[in-house]
Design a protein around this ligand. Sequence first.
Ligand SMILES: Cc1cc2nc3c(=O)[nH]c(=O)nc-3n(C[C@H](O)[C@H](O)[C@H](O)COP(=O)(O)O)c2cc1C
Length: 155
Amino acid sequence: MNILIIFDSLYGHTEKIAHVMQEELSKDHEARMEHVLNIGLGDLAHVDLVIIGSPTNGGSEMEDIKLFLKKISDNALRGKRTAAFDTSVVKENRNPIIGKIIDWFGHAVNRVEGEMIEKGATDVKKESFFVDGETEMLKEGELERARVWARELVK
Ligand SMILES: Cc1cc2nc3c(=O)[nH]c(=O)nc-3n(C[C@H](O)[C@H](O)[C@H](O)COP(=O)(O)O)c2cc1C
């Protein structure tokens, strides 16, 4: 399978998740990862599985991911396997009021799913990975969880 992981990342957490997924998928597939700003419109042409990863930023994905999804053609994702993931802060370590606000805004993957469907995707697999709000590091086990999820996507 030809796989493209498109990501954006401000502080590196989303990039780390993308990286372990690419490493895992490369064992049996042609898998590459690219920052969203390095993707040209033609890059999706021969891809079987498109994975988009973004930090959750104010309940939404990063602006460059949004712009990318806006500019690709209406059927760019038709007939392809599709998946989206985000990284978000974990709720337990937050003040309950902030936790509620974060919940209210929601996760980037839900927005990305809708925008991928607008571009022809039919079944977008979604996952969120979590950063510990206190240590500002990916929660323990998240990289392994990303590897397992990546394998699920190619079953
Ligand atoms: C400006 C800003 C807004 C954020 N908004 C949210 C949010 O709405 N919900 C959430 O769960 N996390 C939010 N976060 C936390 C980030 O999603 C989280 O730290 C993410 O892992 C960062 O990914 P990166 O390291 O790839 O940049 C926000 C962080 C920043 C800096």
